[in-house]
Ligand binder design. Structure first.
Ligand code: ARG
Length: 465
């Protein structure tokens, strides 16, 4: 078997070496990026006179054919195709003859693969950002509907009922976390937007290459400054994995709440049949598997990030084969986030909110305890004293002495006026500060959120792109 680099070798590679070394099984996913890089490189070679116009045409025609073969499954791989780069070059040479043999002039797989992965990040992270925005649109739609229906629920700290908030407020809290994810993806794409073709194996070239021209052909907005850094830098992959891990963490938090809310104990939501599963043994069960997987998959996303960081740690300059380990975690994280978002989006789109149950929990008089303290503050009492007064009434009510409302009514510092703060819905309606969980503030927030996602959507392209 003749490898592309067989010249100084007497024998062929062992099976064990190939099994470990070959990256074709996973890097063939980048074939379009590899071909785009080769087109740009070939044009660059022709422009500086290293290949003729005829050679360029033969190479471009062969690249078109290879792209078609790879796209339709008609490409025949051979055992010496150790990665997508060698496979494409080998086939181009078969098709274009000596012109094909000139394609790798001034280029190494080291600058080639770094280029391909940057292009993958640009394309695929853009797609994932579009899916994140779709999920935000679903949250916004459900939030608007929850506002129409005046649904509020207890907000929690320490998983203890704390203060009531509009359901829309809760949904949008997740929406804003996702907005930061989109922003982080934009930043990661910006950092990936550097062309590294022309760095060669590590030191550039003695040939009159024009890296800026090639960068322009590929739509990169800047060119590497240091060839050593160009071939060994995988920061943009680590950035991508961090974006995807943190998005995964956000999705896991949404998932966990859906799991809790779907329990009989909470009873806040009902799951649509199409987005829940049954039990093989217990006929009564309806399980929130999607939400659990949203929670569980965050583990592998974090693992992919920490795995790559461990691979990169301590690597000497420049390219080392260890770096081949960048692609599997990257592809896995992209695929995982995609799968989770699509399923969670459907789940959130179809979930039924049990408004009465949410409201009845939120209307517990204890959830309005802070409002009673605020009432005393408005009559001039220092907050710390007001906290103690209300705390004492809560303690007596919990001990069974009387209802909190009766104790409040009987207390000369509070009285019947204060009891109104315990009426259903009074607490949530009383919250009016900017960014708070009350209805007017949330209505303004929802408008702000709509503006944010519309701006992001305009930047990232229409839904479904
Ligand atoms: N398959 C390799 C990778 O993914 C391509 C670069 C190989 N470079 C080399 N000098 N052997 O990193």
């Amino acid at each position: 078997m003749a490898t592309l680099w067989h010249g100084r070798f007497e024998g062929g590679p062992s099976e064990a070496l190939q099994a470990l070394n070959d990256s074709l099984p996973f890097d063939r996913r980048m074939y379009r990026e590899d071909i785009a890089g080769s087109r740009a490189h070939a044009r660059g070679l022709q422009r500086v006179g290293l290949i003729s116009v005829d050679d360029l045409e033969a190479i471009l025609a062969a690249l078109d054919r290879v792209e078609e073969e790879l796209g339709t499954g008609g490409f025949e791989f051979v055992p010496s195709d150790e990665d997508i780069h060698t496979a494409v070059e080998r086939r181009v040479t078969e098709l274009a003859g000596p012109a094909g043999a000139r394609l790798h002039t001034g280029r190494s797989r080291n600058d080639q693969v770094a280029t391909d992965v940057r292009l993958v990040v640009r394309r695929e992270l853009t797609e994932v950002a579009g899916l994140v925005i779709s999920l935000q649109e679903t949250l916004a739609r459900r939030a608007a509907e929850a506002m129409e229906l005046d649904i509020y629920l207890p907000g929690y700290t320490h998983m203890q009922q704390a203060q009531p908030v509009m359901l829309a407020h809760h949904l949008l809290a997740h929406g804003w976390a996702l907005a930061r994810d989109v922003d982080r993806m934009a930043e990661t794409i910006r950092r990936s937007d550097v062309s590294v073709l022309g760095a060669g194996a590590l030191a550039g070239s003695s040939l009159p290459l024009d890296p800026a021209f090639v960068a322009g052909e590929l739509g990169f907005s800047s060119v590497f400054a240091n060839s050593l850094d160009a071939v060994s830098d995988r920061d943009f992959v680590a950035d991508s994995l961090y974006c995807l891990a943190l998005t995964g963490v956000h999705l896991s938090r949404i998932g966990e709440e859906l799991v809790l809310w779907a329990t009989a104990e909470f009873g806040f939501v009902g799951l649509d049949d199409a987005f829940s599963t049954g039990s093989s043994m217990m006929p009564q069960k309806k399980n929130p598997d999607i939400a659990e997987l949203a929670r569980g998959k965050s583990g592998r996303l974090i693992g992919n990030l920490t795995g790559l960081l461990a691979t990169l740690k301590g690597l000497p300059l420049t390219y080392n084969k260890d770096i081949q380990e960048d692609k599997e975690p990257l592809f896995d994280s992209l695929d995982t986030v995609r799968l989770v978002i699509l399923a969670l989006d459907g789940m959130l789109d179809t979930v039924t909110f049990h408004a009465d149950r949410m409201r009845s929990q939120a209307d517990s008089p204890y959830a309005a305890a802070t409002d009673l303290a605020d009432h005393l503050v408005l009559s001039g009492m220092p907050f710390r004293d007001a906290h103690a007064v209300v705390g004492e009434l809560v303690r007596r009510a919990l001990a069974g002495e009387a209802s909190l409302a009766d104790l409040v009514a009987a207390d000369p510092r509070l009285g019947p006026e204060a009891v109104r703060r315990l009426e259903p819905g009074a607490s949530v309606r009383g919250r009016s500060t900017p960014g708070s969980g009350g209805p007017e503030a949330v209505a303004r927030q929802l408008e702000q959120f709509h503006r944010q996602i519309a701006a992001d959507r305009a930047r990232w392209g229409p839904a479904g792109d």
